[in-house]
Every structure is written in structure tokens, then in C-alpha cells.
Design a protein around this ligand. Sequence first.
Ligand code: PMM
Length: 310
Amino acid sequence: MHPRDADVAGLPELSGTGRCLVMGVVNITPDSFSDGGEWFEPDAGVQHGLDLLAEGADILDVGGESTRPGSVRVSQDEELRRVLPVIERLAAEGAVVSVDTTRAAVAERAVAAGARIVNDVSGGLADPDMAGVVARTGVAYVVMHWRGHADVMDSLEVYDDVVADVRDELAARLAALHDAGVRPEQVVVDPGLGFAKAGALNWPLLAHLDALHSLGRPVLVGASRKRFLGHLLAGADGVPVPPLERDAATAAVSALAAAGGAWCVRVHAARASVDAVHVAAAWTAAAEAGSPTGARPGTVTRTADQGGTS
Ligand code: PMM
């Protein structure tokens, strides 16, 4: 079975959709790089989560600490104060909620408040107690590739072969989690786009998701509004386009990542990526079914319900 179709512990309603899932971002931070401050108050955060669900998001990822390059950490108390009321209310609305945290104590309290996924951008490296909390609670756990906190990550971008190095470092994290009692079916892996990875280093990771599939677990991709897209789209003056103008490129990555076998894409603007993953699912299903007519590739066969252009 392809890892994208593997079940993830505690998320039965997300199994068998036949398409890549969409995780909508609910940042309760005044300084996140892409949408900082817009949903800082709990009511606004909850409303934003409900809007993302209405756009078709499958999961809401609630975070209270910015991972913006160079950002300074918030205290644990402040992080809890930001995320817990929003998680509680969104979970009560029936949403599948994920908590974006590197702190074991925040993860534990968030799970008690209704979170069913712990999304840890440090993959368990930032807090030695995280693996124990994940093992004990049994929740789904996103293990992202990470080399250091936001204040130092830009100095840690040294790779022999970025795809092989990220895969091997994730494999080491999976082994450590296993030793700590985390079951394989709890785990989702993530290449950590933009984390200790300058612009050009992100594209090989996206183009070789199969290398991460060799780890045997579903893959989550978080490309949304990231710097490498801003640089890609820069005009002749070389100035990166601002984060809020990167959503079309994000949706393009969602389609391609989904067609490449991603289990989930993490995005700020859900609607376009929801459409993108449906397109990718139809595309992949057709490719896997082969040609219904035996026609050579490139031969157009028109049937009644496919006719016309609108
Ligand atoms: N990126 C950010 C935050 N959390 N979590 C996962 N699993 N993968 C990511 O790529 C990721 C993440 C970047 O910060 P943002 O919330 O401001 O976009």
C-alpha cells in the first residue's frame, strides 16, 4: 500500500477519502511570517478556523508560537493561553484539530482540550518529553524535519544531498520515537520546507516525495506562502513577492504534491488547495486506471458528458 493511503491513528474519518487532505492554518500569533496578527484574539481565531472548514479544510492546525526565521520564543504560559481556548471551541464544533507546538506540556494540555494531532516542527528534538506524551496519549504525531529553533535555523542549511539527508534524519527520529513507545501508525512525516532550507533546497524535496515515502509513513507538505515561493515569483528587481501574494503558487504546489503522493498539505488559504487536491485525485485516478479506450497518449476521445468547454 502507498503510504498516502495508510491509516493514521485516531483519525478514522480521514481515512479512505481517495485524495490528499488539506490542513488549514490557524496561527494565534502576533508575528507569524505569513498572516501575523490577523487572528490573534480567540474569537477571531475560532472564526477563522470555522471559515477554513467552510472552505473544505479537513484539519485545523492551531499554533501559538511563531516559527518565523529569527523569531524569539514565547513562554509556555503564553502559548497555552493562546491555543487552549481556540482548540477547545473548534474541537467542540466537531473539527479535527491539530496543535502546532514543540512543547510536550502544551501538547498534553492541547490533547486534553480536544486536539487529535500533535504537529511538532522539531520532530521531538526541542523537548525530550514530547515522545513520552505522544506515546502515552496515542494521538497522531507529525514529525517534521528540523535542525534548530527559528533564531538559528538559517545557519544550519548545510547538506551533502538535501533529499537523502532529510530522509535519513527523519528515519533517525522515527527510530527514536519507536524506542520511546510511539506506534508507527501514529506518525506522519514532513520534510520541513523552509526550516534550515534556503530557497533552492526546497524544490528537490518536493520533487522527490518518493524518497520520504520510503520511510513507510504518510507525508505532510507545508509550502504555504513560504519564502522560497516568494523568491521564485520575484520580478526583475529580485524582490520576493509578499506572503499574501503567494497563494496561487501554494495551490500549484498542493496539486503537484498531491499528485506526488502527499497525504496532506498544510495551507493558509484552504479553498484553492481543496480544489487542487480534488484535481490531483481525479488526475491520479485516471493515470492509475490507464486508458479506457486503449488510445495512445495524446489522442483525444470526447464523450457526451465531457463535451464543451464550460
Ligand atoms: N510550517 C510552519 C509552521 N508549522 N508544521 C508542519 N508540519 N510543516 C510545516 O511546514 C510548517 C508547520 C511555518 O509557519 P506558518 O504557520 O507561519 O506558515
